[in-house]
Structure formats: C-alpha cells, structure tokens
Design a protein around this ligand. Structure first.
Ligand code: ZN
Length: 680
C-alpha cells in the first residue's frame, strides 16, 4: 500500500524523463505560459491577487515542477543525451525569463496592483511577493524611458561579454604555464597522488619526468608540500600574476583593461538607475541596507582580528626559522610552514576520524537531533521513483504529526554526478486552492566515498560538517509555513542571509552532546573520545585570525572598489587594493602580485559588492547559535523559537527583524570572534 502522504507530494517520475522529449515539453510549457500571460494581461482589470498574481504563481510553479527534476537529473545522472537536451533547452528558458523581466505590460499590471487599495488587504506574504516583483522590475530598468532602456540593455550585454573575456583570460593564462622537471628531488615532499598527477601531465605533453600546472589542485599541493623553496617561488610568481601585466606571460592575457571596463559598466548601470554607485545598487535586495553598515562591519572585524593574525603570522615565521633556519621568510613559505605546523601540533588527519562516523549513524543521529530541537521526524519511504538505488527518500512530520515535506538524500560519489555538495528545491510549498496544499520537497546531494565491500561508508569530520550544512538549507526550505513559492522557504531570502541556517547547523558538529549521537566507532562502538574532539576544535582555531584577515581583505577590496570607483581616475584598482592591504593586511606580498586579475568571484561571478556576505552570514549563525549554547544545545524551547522565527518565515519578513525576534537584539560580531578563538 502506498502511503497516502506520498500522493500528497506529487513527486516527479524520474524514470519517465526521456531526454528526447525534454526540449519539446519545456518549449511547449513555456509557450503555454506566454499565451496564458497574454490572456491574463488582456483582462479589463482592475488587477487583483486572484486575477493576476495567483494565476502567474500557478503557471510559474507548473514550469518549475517540470524543469527542476530534469535539471536535477542533469546534475546527478548525466548522460550524453541528457546533456545535449539540457544545453539545447537552457537558452529557451533564459529567453523566457528575460522577456518576463522586461515585460512592460506585466510591469504596468503589477504596478497598478501595488498602488491599489486592494493591496492593503493582502497578506504580508502576498504583499512581499508584489514588492519584490516591483523591486526587480526597477533594478532591471523596465520603468526607464525608451532611450535609457536601450542603454541599459547595451550595458548588460557589454557586461556579459566582459565577464566572459575575464574568465577566458584566466583560463588561457592558467593553461599556458607549466613547470617541467625530470628531477624528482625538486618535488620532494609532494604527496604521492599529486606526484602521479604530475607524471600524467608530463606524459600528456610527451615530456619525460613531471609537469606541474597552475590548475588549483596541482598548484596548491606544491605550495603546501614541496620542500624546495625555489620551486614554490616559481609557481607562486606564475600563479599570482595570471592574466596580468606581470609574471612569465606579462601582457599576454592582461585583465587590467577588462577589470576597468567591468567597473565602468557597473558604475554606469547604477547611475542609470539613479544610484550613487554600484555598491548602493547591489545592496537593494540584500539584508545589509547601507554601505556604511557593511564597511563598519568589515572594519570592526578587521580591527579585532588583526593583532591575533599578526601573532599567528609571527609564529609561522619563527617556526620556519627553527625548523629550517629560514631568515628571509617569504609569502611562498607561508602555506608550506603553516601545513608543517599543523602536522606537528595536531598529529591527526581527517582520515583518522572516519571510523567514528559511519554514515547511517551520522544520519540517524542528525535526524534525532532535529527531532529534539524542532520536533521533526523523518520517515523513510521505499516506494518512490528514484534515479539511483543509493538514493533515500524521507517524509517529514512535525510534532502534531502533520506532513511538512519530503527530502531526497543522495550521498555517494559516482560517475556522471557533478562534484561537491549542494541543496536544491524540487518544489515549493504552495496553497493550490481552498482544499489542496502542495508540500515542499528538496534534494540533498553529497559526494561521499561510497561503501567498500561489506564496510559501510565512513565520513571525515569535514564531511559531517558538509552534511549538516546542506541539511540546514533543506530544513529552511522544507519547514517553511509560507504558502507562496516566491517568498517561501529559501526563496526570496536576501542573498547575504541565505547561508545563515546552513552555517548554524555546522555548530552542532562540535558539541559533546551531539557528537555522542552522531558518532560510533565502526569496530568498538565507542563515541568520539574527548581528546579527539578537543583536537578538532583546536584545529578549527588554528590560524583562524589569518584566514579571517584574508577573507576581510577580499571583502573590503571588493566592496570599496564598487563603492569608490570613479571613471575619471586611473590605477584606482591597484591603489584601493594596496590601501586595504596596508591598513589591515598582515602578510606582505611582492609588488608584482596581481591577485585581482583572477578574482573571478567578483569580476566573473555573482559576488560583486557581495564578498562580505560570507562573513555576514557567519556572524548571524554564530551569534544565533549562542542562544542554543546558553540554554543547552539541544534545548527544545530554543529549537522551537528558532523554527518559528527563522526557519518558517521564508523571505517574507526582513531577516534583521527575524534575527532580532530570535536573538532579542541586533547581531554582534563577538560570537564569531570567540568561535574562531580570536576573542576570549
Ligand atoms: Zn550553503
């Protein structure tokens, strides 16, 4: 008998996805949507929630439910046919969204609704959906007069070309350089796996001996493990000058003018929309509201962390002197001696922790922790159409035994599955009509080492953190009580706050009470002993201030750049970077260093004026976690308060309000500093 609750979820039928049909069914659906939109907008009006937003929401949701399982399958069970279908279909979807975002009739309809008296009678979630729509239309420039709208389109097009060129330059510069040697001694210290890789790279090029490339895994292994300083120096110089006016390929793929053009275009976009600078523009949909707020936040962290970072740096320099009589410590020695110190003081590796974390113990422990905190129970369902036999499916119930949603858990690495770990939504919570509710469903995907023979899969502690982190995203999506997909679960949550619930979950992996539930030695059944737990915590604090300063340098550079950029000035990029380094930096870098020329997060990714968000969300999660610590980490009342104030509210309420509702005050950086061992 099939559980009736399974029917309520209307789960996708993965086994019936046929790559041959993907393109046509998606095109068809989007075509239907477009026709429907025409009919909706042709109504006489006045526009209301029921005659405008509700049908829009329904058609958007229909499309998402059709596309999300296909996109998911493409990530976890790729085949040539599916890849082809996916690539063919993606442009059609992009085109659809672009046309929606620039639809003037739709904009006019939503505007009239936003200004109507009817708007006041809507629920806060409905109002938020409409406000977000209006905000996004305006950020896209739909309200601008025709000439400026044209300019806007041209700027967006130019930006897209520039960021692509930026990435291509890095790729070309990265591939152009190799370090070749036939002398194995030069690579002394390199782990066996990396040495093998270097051999293969040489073979690929018909060379004898070894080849080190600038691909990150190869480069980082050298900078961390190779004993020979000169080799580290050569690699460092090449890596730190990629796509720039310096180093072995100076000026060949130089990103200097590209960076300037990108900043200029972003500046023009912001100006066109009436903002003072790009940082102001970027903050509109975020939790941080003003540039001052972000700058004060970053500077505050920097001031408090710098003395600790200086001390840590000094310790590494002294260590290098004691170990190898290094008197002219340089930046290419930093990671090498830092790694050596780690080995010397901690004497343990993540590998040694594996026997304590058999996957099923971790998973059942995690579920039991969630039950204690939030009253949520997980019930496995076997009669579900899955894409692979390793995948598990769970139904989630709350304390009142009410169905809350469903979760797919896909833990192991296998061929044709994308690397890394992530959470994705399958579908969102939505009230379909008076009687029917659509429950949210999420995908939790990891790439852990699969079980070998009769032994179950064993996790490192880092992997346990990953599992908890992704589970935090899933809970945020699944436990929502908002019935409108655009602002329910993880949707509509400001981008600088979205990592808050996931990072919060990581904290539970360091506590005695929780480790007792998620660990059990594969042979002895013993939980993780105290001395290993202490080592994990010490390792977490190891050079934490140096890492903090590094992240703050990136954040301040990115933010100031987008706040201070002035198209009439020259050399501003390097000047700002130098100024940031001079003010908060601890590690001195050579003048030829051009890290900014390969800073893809900011110049090719979505992090422009947004790198600060990593630390921002960390502050929220650490500070919120203190409440759990104050009341006992598994305190049910605290869990319930967190559930009500943070997890259930989706993107409806301003996250600062939600935070204050839970914490009783505004966020403070002190908890993060303590977590990193930077403050007492
Ligand atoms: Zn995350």
């Amino acid at each position: 008998m099939i559980n009736n609750d399974l029917n309520k979820l209307s789960l996708p039928k993965f086994s019936q996805i046929d790559p041959a049909n993907v393109r046509s069914i998606i095109s068809q659906q989007l075509e239907n949507n477009k026709q429907q939109l025409k009919i909706i907008l042709a109504q006489e009006g006045p526009f209301t929630w029921d005659n405008l937003m509700q049908p829009l929401e329904a058609m958007q949701d229909d499309f998402n439910k059709m596309w999300s399982p296909i996109a998911h399958l493409h990530s976890v069970m790729e085949s040539d046919a599916l890849r082809k279908a996916y690539r063919e279909t993606l442009p059609i979807i992009t085109e659809y969204y672009t046309s929606l975002a620039h639809d003037e009739k739709l904009f006019a309809a939503v505007s009239s609704l936003a200004k109507s008296e009817h708007f006041q009678s809507l629920s806060s979630a409905q109002q938020k959906v409409i406000e977000n729509e209006m905000r996004d239309f305006k950020l896209a420039g739909v309200h601008l007069p025709p000439q400026q709208k044209k300019e806007m389109a041209a700027l967006q097009q130019k930006l897209s070309t520039l960021t692509t060129t930026f990435s291509e330059n890095i790729l070309d510069a990265t591939h152009a350089f190799i370090y070749h040697t036939t002398d194995e001694k030069k690579l002394d210290g390199l782990p066996e796996k990396s040495l093998q890789l270097a051999k293969e790279e040489a073979k690929k090029r018909d060379l004898r001996g070894y080849v080190i490339t600038l691909d990150y895994p190869a480069y980082s292994a050298v900078i961390k493990y190779v004993k020979d300083r000169t080799v580290r120096k050569i690699l460092y110089e090449a890596f730190a000058t990629r796509a720039s006016d310096q180093g072995p390929h100076a000026f060949k793929w130089d990103n200097t003018p590209i960076i300037n053009d990108i900043l200029k275009v972003r500046y023009d976009i912001a100006k066109l929309l009436g903002f003072k600078n790009y940082a102001d523009y970027a903050l509109v949909p975020r939790m941080a509201k003003t540039t001052d707020e972000v700058m004060n936040f970053l500077n505050d962290l920097a001031v408090k962390s710098k003395p600790f970072a200086q001390k840590e740096y000094q310790t590494i320099i002294e260590f290098a002197q004691q170990e190898d009589h290094i008197t002219d410590f340089a930046v290419w020695d930093l990671f090498y001696y830092s790694e050596k110190m780690h080995e010397k003081y901690f004497h343990f590796t993540q590998e040694e922790l594996r026997p304590y974390f058999p996957i099923q113990k971790v998973l059942s422990g995690l579920f039991s922790i969630l039950q204690q905190l939030y009253g949520i129970t997980f019930k496995e369902e076997k009669k579900v159409d899955l894409w692979h036999p390793d995948v598990q499916f769970f139904l989630l119930y709350d304390e009142k035994n009410q169905l809350r949603g469903g979760l797919y858990v896909d833990l192991y690495a296998r061929p044709h599955k994308r690397e890394g770990a992530w959470m994705d939504d399958c579908h969102s919570k939505r009230r379909i009509d008076q009687e029917r509710m659509q429950y949210p469903v999420a995908f939790l995907t990891c790439n852990f080492m699969p079980p070998v023979g009769s032994q179950p899969a064993l996790l490192t502690h880092d992997e346990v953190l990953t599992l908890f982190h992704e589970c935090g995203h899933c809970l945020h999506h699944l436990l929502t009580q908002v019935n409108h997909p655009a602002v329910g679960g993880i949707n509509g949550v400001p981008w600088d706050a979205v990592e808050f619930p996931s990072q919060l979950m990581e904290n539970f992996c360091f506590e005695k009470e929780t480790l007792a539930q998620i660990s059990s030695h594969i042979e002895t059944g013993e939980t993780l002993p105290d001395h290993l737990r202490e080592k994990i915590i010490q390792a977490k604090h190891f050079q934490a201030a140096l890492q903090m300063i590094r992240q703050l340098e990136f954040s301040l550079f990115d933010f100031r750049l987008h706040m201070e950029f002035d198209p009439t000035q020259t050399d501003q990029v390097q000047d700002i970077l130098n100024d940031v380094r001079q003010k908060i930096g601890v590690v001195s870098v050579p003048a030829y260093n051009r890290f900014q020329h390969s800073f893809s997060h900011v110049f090719a990714g979505g992090y422009a004026a947004g790198y600060y968000s990593y630390k921002w969300a960390e502050v929220l999660s650490c500070d919120a976690y203190e409440v759990f610590k104050e009341h006992g980490v598994l305190d049910h009342a605290t869990g319930q308060s967190y559930l009500k104030n943070i997890l259930e509210v989706g993107g409806v309420r301003n996250p600062m309000e939600s935070f204050i509702a839970f914490r009783g005050r505004q966020p403070s950086i002190d908890a993060l500093l303590r977590e990193n061992g930077i403050a007492p």
